[in-house]
Every structure is written in C-alpha cells, then in structure tokens.
Write a protein that binds this ligand. Structure first.
Ligand SMILES: C[S@@+](CC[C@H](N)C(=O)[O-])C[C@H]1O[C@@H](n2cnc3c(N)ncnc32)[C@H](O)[C@@H]1O
Length: 440
C-alpha cells in the first residue's frame, strides 16, 4: 500500500512502542502537528506506563505540549483499522500482534531515551539524550509519507542482504537443533548412546557442579549441554534476582533458585519453545523437592530480553552467547537489564586461535557453540563497549576436553575436521567471564 499525499481520507498510522510513554508519544504528536493533512496518527504500547516527563519537557522545547497525553494499551485501539503500524522499538516489534492483511507493519527503531541517558551525570545531559531521539523522530515524521515507502523498501532489501537473513538462518538452525535435543534428551546420549545414562551428571561434575547442587534437580533437567558452572561463579546470595540467558531445561535456574532462596527469584529465558516447555514441566517437581516457588521461564531471545531494564542483580549464562548471531547486542542487553552494581557471570566457550575453515562451515559445530565462539579479546571488547566494567576472564582447564571425551557425534565431527594431531583444546577453551554494571 502506498500513502497518497492528496488522498482525501487520511492514512491511519499507529506508532507502537513498549510502554507508549516516550517515543511513540513523540511520534504521534509530531505527526499530528506536521502531517495533519495526510495522517491520522495514533500511539499505543504493548504495556501501559506513566508518561515520561523528560519527553514532555523536550517536546515543550519545540512548542508541542504532550502533557495531557496518556499511555494506552494496544488492546484499547483494537476497533480501529490501521493502514500502517510502525513499531519504534524491538520489544514492540517482537510483541506486535498480527494485524489484518490490509495493515502494513513496519519496524523503524529509535534509541530508547532512558537507556541513552543511563550514564548521564546531569539533568542537562539527560535531556540531551531525549533531544537526540526527539530530533530523529521529527526527521522521520517530516519525511512521511516517503520515508514509509523507503522503509518498506529497505526492509525488503534487508531480507535479501547477507547480514540479517544470515542471522535469521543461524537462529532458526540453532532453534531447530535445540528443539530436537529437547525432544530427545541431551547432547551426549541419545544419538550415540555412547556415554550411558550417567553422562550428563559426569559432565556436570567434570565442570564443577557439586553432588549437592545436582541432588535437587528434577529428572531430565541436566541435559549435558553446559560448559561451566556460572551459579558457583556468581556467589549468589539470598534475596537476589537472577536472570539465566538460554536457560535450556533449567539446570542453572533451579540451582540458582535454591541459592537465592524464597526471598529471591530466578528467571530463565530461552528462544526454543520445546526447551521452555521441558523446563516449565519441571517446576512442580522442583517445588516438591525444595518447597521453593521462585522460578519462572520466559520465551525470548537473548538479543531482546523480555525483562525490565535495571531489574536484575545477577545475569548468568551457560554455553549460549556463542550461539548468538549478534553478540554485541546480547552484551548491550545484559548491561541494560542489570541494576547499577549488578554483575554478569557467564560461562562459555572461547577461541584461543581462529578455527580452520572446515570447522567454521560445520553446522553441527555451531550447535555445539563452537563455530560461533569468538576470541577472548573480542568478548572483553563487546562487554566493555556495552558499558560494563571490571571485566575478568578466567580460563578453565576443564570443559572442552570433558565434552570431547564424551564421544558425542557432534564433537567427533569437529575433531575430524581439525588438522591431524590437533586437539579441540588447542583451539577452544571454556571460560568464565565476570563483568559489572557501574554503580551509580
Ligand atoms: C547449549 S544449550 C545450554 C542450555 C543451558 N544453559 C544449560 O547449560 O543446560 C543452549 C540453549 O540456549 C538457547 N539459545 C540459543 N540461542 C539463543 C538465543 N539467541 N536466544 C535465546 N535462547 C537461545 C537454546 O535454545 C538452548 O536451550
């Protein structure tokens, strides 16, 4: 559908953002002011939040009063038939419902002003962040309707370009693979039956889990997919709120839940529905064993975390970030969701030196976290660029050799692709990464 400048009927455009508290309110107000002849603008959120008073201030600076506007939930506008829905943030894009076919949905992301302003040291600096986003939104609205058609085009181009479509393929491949693993068991045993049923617990002990940790786990939760023990690294304390990225069947979520106790809470996020279902099915067994009811599993991608900013004391993750096609974005998300002073304790695989081309091309290696692994320096750089501090990397002697010894077909394939006489551990190590969000 094209927007016709001279159309009598104005084009109905809905600007959608997470809380309809800032960006979408600015967009609606600019469209009302600048495009009243052609556009009938609306705004809404996928949740309701108070109007952001800094947005009110910077809009007042350009002569637009939005103080009377209120956050509206998308559901309250269900009766309106929109021509365009424009999502202004990734969270809204992900949670945007399906609209009728005649509605064109477009994603035009703008920076989140409160996030931009997180490290600002004065009100002036805070407002500058809001002004930057306000001006970007104003330019976008000024460019309507042409910018809409331009964006549709660039979305179509994106779908063709190697970057985003490759990312999508990677994610789909990883999701499919872990779906199958969730349906059949763990990485080590079902396909090869090489290790016997005790293999996941042997692997877990080999990478540092104690018998005590493992004793509280419901059956099937430890799938032998880990490469470290982030809950030990995190030195969790009672009452903390913990987020586990790529929680799988819930191994670290359940272990962390006992450490943070009834006053604390642990949230697991995973993008594979089969894994999530497996984890959720174990919750009642965990509660029966421990008396605790403090875990939750959410479907989501670690590049777009479904949790509030500044809400988490400790982020943990076990052998997952290397599977992400957009690792810098994962580190940005970690920095956003952590409370000031909060910490990230990540166990993952890292490269000592670049992998041979043959291994990089192996899809099986990707699912074993290996083709996606990055050099240690790159991890430090990504965490630093996200604004985290005191970044420490601790190389573990265990991990890859324990996993390789398991004779899993995945690792056999990788070993076969290495040069003769080379061992996996010549290339790959298991690392623990600790990093902190700066205290305010
Ligand atoms: C190697 S398994 C690790 C599972 C768990 N951490 C453990 O130690 O048992 C990787 C998990 O991360 C999930 N995953 C991979 N990429 C993800 C992404 N981009 N967003 C969310 N989950 C992801 C997979 O679905 C899978 O459950």
């Amino acid at each position: 559908m094209e927007l016709e400048k001279n159309e009598k009927k104005r084009t109905r455009v809905l600007f959608l953002c997470t809380g309809n508290s800032c960006r979408s309110q600015m967009a609606e107000a600019f469209a009302r002011r600048l495009k009243a002849d052609t556009i009938e603008p609306y705004s809404a959120g996928v949740e309701i939040r108070p109007l952001d008073q800094n947005a009110v201030k910077v809009m007042a600076e350009v002569g637009i009063d939005i103080s009377h506007q209120q956050s509206k939930h998308l559901d309250s506008l269900k009766h309106i038939s929109f021509d365009y829905v424009i999502t202004l943030c990734d969270h809204a894009a992900k949670n945007c419902p399906i609209f009728p076919a005649k509605t064109t949905t477009i994603h035009v992301p703008f920076d989140d002003p409160p996030r931009l302003a997180r490290d600002a040291e004065s009100e002036h600096e805070v407002l500058d962040c809001y002004r930057k986003v306000r001006d970007a939104i104003k330019s976008f609205i000024e460019g309507l309707p042409d910018s809409l058609t331009a964006n549709e085009q660039s979305d179509a181009e994106d779908a063709q370009s190697p970057g985003p479509s490759k990312d999508r393929q990677t994610r789909e491949y990883v999701r499919d693979a872990y779906s199958k693993i969730a349906q059949t068991g763990g990485s080590c045993c079902p396909a090869s039956s090489c290790c016997g049923s005790s293999a996941p617990s042997q692997l877990a002990k080999g990478i540092g889990y104690s018998d005590d940790d493992l004793s509280i786990l419901p059956d099937g939760v430890n799938m032998g997919l880990s490469c470290g023990n982030p809950t030990a690294l995190a030195l969790l304390k009672p009452g903390q709120i913990v987020l586990d990225l790529g929680s799988g069947a819930g191994l670290d979520v359940f272990i962390a839940a006992r450490k943070v106790g009834p006053e604390g809470r642990v949230i697991g996020v995973d993008m594979t529905a089969d894994m999530l279902n497996k984890a959720r099915r174990s919750v009642s067994a965990f509660t029966e064993k421990t008396g605790l009811n403090n875990v939750e599993f959410r479907l989501g991608e670690i590049e777009h975390l479904p949790v509030a900013d500044n809400s988490i004391d400790v982020v943990i993750s076990n052998c997952v970030i290397n599977l992400s096609p957009d690792k810098p974005q994962v580190w940005n998300e970690i920095a956003c969701v952590l409370k000031p002073g909060g910490k990230a304790c990540i166990s993952d695989l890292a490269l000592k030196k670049p992998l041979p081309e043959k291994v990089l091309k192996s899809a099986a290696a990707l699912v074993g976290c290996i083709a996606g692994a990055v050099l240690i320096d790159e991890t430090v750089k990504m965490a630093g660029q996200a604004g985290l501090v005191d970044i420490q990397i601790d190389e573990k002697a265990y991990g890859i050799d324990v996993m390789a010894d398991c004779n899993d077909p995945l690792y056999s394939q990788i070993k076969d692709a290495l040069p003769p006489d080379a061992k996996l551990s010549d290339y790959i190590i298991s690392v623990n990464v600790t990093a902190f969000r700066i205290k305010k």
